[in-house]
Design a binder for this molecule. Structure first.
Ligand SMILES: Nc1ncnc2c1ncn2[C@@H]1O[C@H](COP(=O)(O)OP(=O)(O)OP(=O)(O)O)[C@@H](O)[C@H]1O
Ligand SMILES: [Mg+2]
Length: 212
């Protein structure tokens, strides 16, 4: 088994409007994958299927060789950073620590500091900042840190660099690349920035998918 997901005969529709139809698709594992395509082509919907937040009307999804059934345990292995992520109305440190606290994990402080370092947020400077004391790029990096702190097996990111400048865009790519290499994560990124995606991904899927 050298894939993370295997999608078979998938049909997904919102109120009878067909959005995704996929006969067979294997996504490789432990690599960086890109998704590119026009507005409304089903990219976010696709990520939500991979995150087990939406379910296809027809078809099956296999996750690392297993038929996806127990959604609660699967959701612990997959993390989605949504297109418009939101922060808790708390400090930067508390935002990043929160997922670890919920899971009653250990070494919370060290792990938060590690995640902050990965996304280039200096703990002394940013740790105690409130959610409203951040630029858009900093807020996006806090949101990313709060998703990677649990080191999920699969990380899904929906346009993580939209509205960010060159420097923040670079910092996010550097963090993701380092995470993928160190942790052997499978990372899937939706982006409208072809150059960014090409630099990041080992493979790019163009939407709407032509696998029908
Ligand atoms: N909750 C919903 N209910 C009904 N229709 C929806 C819903 N979410 C999305 N759609 C429709 O499904 C289609 C695919 O939407 P989706 O958000 O997956 O596209 P996208 O490729 O992510 O677009 P964008 O680049 O604008 O983010 C669109 O036509 C959209 O209007
Ligand atoms: Mg979208």
């Amino acid at each position: 088994m050298n894939y993370s997901y295997y999608l078979k005969n998938i049909l997904f529709a919102y109120n009878k409007k067909k959005v995704l139809q996929i006969r067979e698709l294997f996504l490789p594992k432990e690599t960086s994958l890109g998704i590119f395509g026009p507005n409304g082509s089903g990219k976010s919907t696709f990520l939500k299927l991979l995150a087990f937040l939406l379910f296809p009307e027809q078809g099956e999804i296999f996750f690392f060789g297993e038929r996806a059934r127990d959604v609660c345990s699967l959701r612990k292995e997959v993390t989605l950073l949504e297109q418009t992520p939101y922060l808790l109305k708390r400090s930067v440190f508390e935002n990043i620590a929160y997922p670890l606290q919920v899971r009653k994990e250990k070494n919370i402080e060290a792990r938060v500091l590690e995640a902050m370092e990965l996304v280039a947020l200096e703990p002394k400077k940013f740790g105690q900042r409130k959610w409203f004391e951040l630029s858009g790029g900093e807020a996006q990096r806090v949101a990313l840190a709060s998703r990677i702190v649990c080191k999920p097996r699969v990380l899904l990111l929906d346009e993580p660099t939209s509205n960010l400048d060159g420097e923040n865009t670079f910092l996010i790519r550097r963090a993701l690349t380092s995470l993928q290499e160190k942790e052997k994560m499978t990372i899937v990124v939706v982006s409208h920035d072809w150059d960014w995606l090409s630099a990041f991904s080992s493979q790019i899927y163009k939407f709407p998918l032509e696998i029908k």
